[in-house]
Design a protein around this ligand. Structure first.
Ligand code: SF4
Ligand code: SF4
Length: 177
């Protein structure tokens, strides 16, 4: 059995139907990691600037060089919620990031995991489960490629002068203090 079919079957067994509660789009500890290609797609859809779509992911790693490093970006928030959430609806549905597209599921290597979500346990059709499975596999592939690019850019930090830096798939960026 192919991987896509196997995961689709698992999803059907678990069951999922989004209840449109918006819980995955709000909360103080909810941060959706987003990559530059996804940010640019949302910028195009919404005619917004980078700063209106994303902010540095709120985790920093101190480096032996004295620099403080952030990896990747997070969807911009307004208060405790994603800036694109309006009356429990996603305003960028067609360009929403992989994490939103596949929530509450995720693949770790070949294994399927899921977050807690009120939509779990509800009946899901075969075609919908298959589409979700395909998105999960594509997401994993995108994440692997992005991580490889980040690792590559991280090898050349000695050339970077800034103290607060961010590494994403496009390169090393210097953040304001
Ligand atoms: S994915 Fe889950 S948490 Fe998010 S809106 Fe749907 S039911 Fe709610
Ligand atoms: S982009 Fe859409 S689905 Fe993702 S967190 Fe924001 S409102 Fe929710």
């Amino acid at each position: 059995m192919s991987e896509i079919d196997r995961i689709a079957q698992q999803i059907q067994k678990i069951g999922f139907q989004c209840q449109r509660c918006g819980d995955c789009c709000r909360g103080g500890d909810v941060w959706v990691m987003i990559y530059p290609t996804e940010i640019r797609a949302i910028m195009e859809l919404t005619s917004s600037s980078w700063e209106c779509v994303a902010e540095p992911y709120p985790e920093q790693v101190p480096l032996p060089s004295g620099q403080v490093c952030t990896f990747e970006w997070a969807l911009k928030k307004k208060g405790d919620r994603c800036i694109f959430l309006e009356t429990n609806c996603c305003q960028i549905y067609l360009s929403r990031p992989w994490i939103c597209r596949t929530y509450p599921f995720l693949l770790f290597e070949e294994r399927l995991f899921h977050e807690n979500c009120p939509g779990l346990g509800k009946e899901i059709g075969k075609a919908e489960a298959f589409a979700l499975s395909r998105n999960l596999i594509n997401r994993r592939e995108t994440e692997r490629k992005e991580e490889a690019r980040v690792r590559e850019h991280g090898k050349h930090l000695e050339r970077v002068k800034g103290r607060r830096i961010l590494i994403d798939g496009e390169g090393v960026k210097i953040l304001c203090e």
